[in-house]
Design a binder for this molecule. Structure first.
Ligand SMILES: *[C@@H]1O[C@H](CO)[C@@H](O)[C@H](O)[C@H]1NC(C)=O
Ligand SMILES: *[C@@H]1O[C@H](CO)[C@@H](O)[C@H](O)[C@H]1NC(C)=O
Ligand SMILES: *[C@@H]1O[C@H](CO)[C@@H](O)[C@H](O)[C@H]1NC(C)=O
Length: 485
């Protein structure tokens, strides 16, 4: 049996950040990081854009680089079999036991898959993206189901293959942006992408990902690391057709059924004609949507959100949130003594600041990993801890269709009853939306290079009264900052 002061489970952003922060705060304590894969995620080029908005790149690194950088961290590649919180022990699949003083669970989340079918691929981590690429090489038509960030990026990036995009909402990417912003981005969708306009590649692989071994295929206990912001740019997304992609969107639909060719003909149903030269009776799989359309395709990509990886801990009786995440309080502690959780696996079940919300994004995985480490250390030293400032305001920067997108506060008027929206749109250039309540800013969406993020962050945090200002707030020739000097 081995033992350590702090044990972290999971080699994704939350786990790695947690172990690094523990190491920096407690150079004399022993820290173990348990990871299912040899590759762990590392945050690089971190910088703050504003007080709450941060940007960073993510690299996959061999686990040994972490030990070289953090002397008191030991990285162990093993799969967890069970957890005994009374004895403070983790049992791994090779029969060894690790005893911990405090534990932080950072096992992430996995894609929700609409059906267990060889023609349905869930996309969430590096391994699933590689499976996707292999399949895409021979693909003529695919169906993408889901409306989140990954589905959006994927639909934009795929080339040489027709895409039918089935989304359950009335507009694209609705969990990130509103219908107006979606319309703003939409012209980019079928446009020819010039190579020169492509975003700069940021996701770097420092080691070739090896073919999945038997161990990492073991579904429930092995977690690949989740994909991050620029997950697609280094991967070649090309189907079998030579010409560019064609995208067809079906709105407000869900998947009603998935059929093999035989099942389809037995059911007496037939595929809906889809404009194009390919016959509709030669596909390996057919998808029926709730609008009664039936499309044939080479395969289905399911990008319908994630479920926290908690099934391993089912016997432990953690308090679990409505999303399936392990509930954590404002110090990232679970309902069980000496066990913390951070990142996609947890549900932030404390009372949130008025302008913060949880979304399973890499930025929050990093923030929670670092904060959990600080909380664990504070408790081990009997010290007080204050909630990190990053949980005061939701702030996220990303890219959609090659536009910079910044989301602040209640950017989609989440949970707000009476509110007012201000808009400024310059076609092809920028889209600015402000959410006001009682003449105070609650949130904003900034698409393009608006340079408004810092000012708006202050306006939201200070809850500045904008009664006299709001008429001018979005006038292009007004420099709002002047008002506050
Ligand atoms: C979890 O709850 C079940 C049912 O309430 C109980 O039988 C079991 O002993 C509990 N397990 C632990 C580890 O507390
Ligand atoms: C966390 O759980 C609560 C209640 O259990 C739920 O309302 C909330 O939506 C969950 N959070 C996320 C991010 O899904
Ligand atoms: C908001 O408050 C901060 C600090 O309290 C101050 O520096 C800033 O100027 C204020 N900004 C606005 C727009 O009121």
């Amino acid at each position: 049996m081995s033992s350590c002061d702090f044990l972290v489970l999971g080699g994704g952003i939350a786990g790695v950040t947690c172990a690094e922060t523990l190491s920096a705060l407690c150079p004399s304590k022993s820290i173990f990081l348990l990871t299912a894969s040899k590759l762990i995620k590392a945050v690089t080029n971190y910088h703050k854009v504003t007080r709450t908005l941060e940007q960073f790149d993510v690299e996959e690194r061999h686990m040994s680089t972490m030990e070289a950088e953090c002397a008191n961290v030991k990285v162990i590649q093993k799969i967890v079999k069970s957890l005994d919180t009374d004895k403070h022990e983790v049992l791994t699949n090779d029969g060894s036991v690790i005893q911990y003083g405090m534990l932080c669970i950072c096992t992430g989340a996995k894609p929700k898959v609409i059906a267990d079918n060889p023609h349905v691929l869930g996309i969430r981590d590096t391994e699933s993206v590689q499976a996707f690429q292999r399949r895409l090489h021979n693909a003529r038509r695919i169906i993408v189901v889901g409306n989140g960030g990954i589905a959006t990026e994927l639909v934009y990036e795929v080339e040489g293959c027709d895409v039918i995009w089935a989304i359950k909402d009335a507009s694209i990417t609705s969990n990130f942006i509103d219908p107006g912003a979606a319309q703003f981005c939409l012209p980019g969708l079928n446009a020819d992408k010039k190579l020169a306009d492509r975003p700069i590649k940021r996701l770097k692989y420092t080691e070739q990902v090896s073919a999945p071994s038997g161990a990492t295929n073991r579904a429930s206990a092995a977690y690949g690391s989740a994909l991050g912001p620029d997950w697609m740019v280094d991967l070649e997304m090309t189907g079998s057709k030579e010409r560019g992609h064609r995208i067809h969107v079906d709105y407000e639909v869900e998947v009603a059924g998935i059929y093999s060719p035989t099942e389809l003909s037995d059911s007496g149903k037939s595929a809906t004609a889809f404009e194009g030269s390919l016959p509709d009776d030669c596909w390996p799989v057919y998808v029926e949507l709730t609008n009664k359309k039936i499309y044939g395709c080479d395969f289905v990509v399911s990008a319908t959100g994630v479920v926290p990886n908690t099934e391993l801990f089912a016997p432990n009786n953690f308090s679990i949130g409505a999303d399936g995440g392990i509930n954590v309080d404002s110090t990232m502690q679970t309902s069980i003594a000496d066990v913390y959780a951070a990142g996609d696996v947890c549900n932030a079940s404390w009372e949130h600041a008025p302008h913060w919300l949880q979304m399973r994004l890499w930025s929050q995985a990093r923030q929670m990993g670092a904060y959990a480490a600080k909380c664990m250390v504070a408790r081990s030293q009997g010290a007080d801890i204050h909630m990190d400032f990053c949980f005061e305001l939701f702030a996220h920067v990303t890219k959609f269709f090659n536009y910079k997108v910044i989301l602040l506060g209640k950017f989609n008027a989440q949970d707000l009853q009476d509110h007012e929206l201000l808009l400024r749109v310059t076609k092809g250039e920028e889209y600015v939306k402000v959410v006001l309540q009682d003449n105070r800013m609650q949130g904003a969406v900034l698409i393009g290079d608006t340079n408004l993020e810092e000012t708006f962050e202050n306006l939201i945090l200070n809850q500045t009264d904008l009664t006299l200002l709001k008429e001018h707030l979005l006038e292009p020739n007004v420099d709002i900052e002047d008002y506050f000097d």
